[in-house]
Design a protein around this ligand. Structure first.
Ligand code: GDP
Ligand code: MG
Ligand code: ZN
Length: 284
């Protein structure tokens, strides 16, 4: 008998699938999936047979590489204002990668008790949906954040140590292990190892292990159209293929001069562009 569901976890070659009637099955991939080199991802909608065999992956609406997940409704980027120190380049890279897939983002700035709060105001002024929180302050209003999670599959991403697990503990009264404790036990080994969808009320959440650095895996054309705050203006650039770099009559550069766009965003954009162009040169 054929059933349908969603992959919620992948472990050691097995796929945990939650069927549409809310049962969980541990499945193997069918030979034909393996022969066709189709790699099932957490978030994939699938068909399976005899409660054992994964037979079909349905078309994806999107796909992220880091973490490896599919069919995401939104991404929450968790970034610390301090410890680890705030990096606008890292944040802009995450934004570019996620927004190039047209996945809506929310930015949560953590450790408001430790760092300069300016980045929160900067990104808010660019039109991003932002929150600023202190995970150690019990009086924080977690409900406002929870409201943005309802009826969606949300992936939490960001540098390790930024406070993702602490935030999820606060939102859902969990006691998942945070990084500090594990450092004492295990020399800083990441505590969030498995990519897994966890469901609470009508919210589907994926916590991720995080990362310490990020390679930009976009083409220059994808990058040029990724940033949310560039999107509207870039339509007005003279050239449709404008990279907002050396081209004439570039609307992005005009908006920068008029201080409508953040300088740091543009500088980071150029850094990423040069990274992409440089990497390409090596392969040519
Ligand atoms: N001062 C302060 N520390 C925080 C805050 N959020 C998280 N931390 C600490 O930062 C460390 C890493 O947090 P964790 O949630 O494991 O980060 P993750 O790697 O992103 O999941 C832990 O020691 C937390 O207690 C915050 O808002 N303020
Ligand atoms: Mg974590
Ligand atoms: Zn341009």
């Amino acid at each position: 008998m054929i059933k349908e569901g969603q992959i919620i976890k992948i472990i050691a070659g097995f796929y945990d699938v939650k069927s549409f009637d809310n049962q969980i099955f541990r499945l193997r991939a069918s030979g034909s999936l393996r022969d066709n080199n189709i790699t099932p991802l957490v978030g994939d909608y699938v068909e399976f047979k005899d409660e054992q065999l994964l037979t079909k992956i349905k078309p994806r609406k999107n796909e992220l590489i880091r973490p490896k997940v599919a069919n995401i409704d939104q991404a929450i980027i968790v970034t610390a204002l301090s410890e680890p120190s705030f990096s606008s380049l890292l944040l802009d890279k995450m934004l570019a990668i996620i927004e190039s897939q047209s996945i809506p983002v929310v930015i949560i700035f953590t450790k408001s008790d430790l760092g300069n709060q300016q980045p929160y105001y900067d990104y808010q002024s660019q039109g991003y949906k932002c929150f600023m929180i202190n995970n150690h302050d019990n009086s924080s209003n977690w409900n406002e954040i929870k409201n943005t999670l309802k009826n969606k599959l949300t992936v939490f991403t960001g540098q390790s140590g930024a406070g993702k697990t602490s935030l999820l503990n606060n939102l859902f009264n969990l006691s998942n292990e945070t990084n500090e404790i594990s450092k004492a036990l295990n020399r800083g080994k990441h505590t969030t190892r498995v990519v897994e969808i966890f469901e609470e009320e009508n919210m589907k959440i994926i916590d991720t292990p995080g990362f310490s650095s990020l390679v930009i895996n976009l083409t220059k054309e994808e990058l040029a159209k990724s940033y949310f705050d560039f999107k509207n203006w870039s339509k007005l650039c003279e050239f449709n293929s404008c990279l907002h770099y050396k081209e004439k009559n570039c609307e992005i550069k005009k908006q920068l001069e008029m201080k409508k766009l953040l300088n740091s965003r543009y500088e980071n954009y150029i850094k990423m562009l040069l990274e992409i162009l440089g990497a390409k040169k090596n392969y040519d």
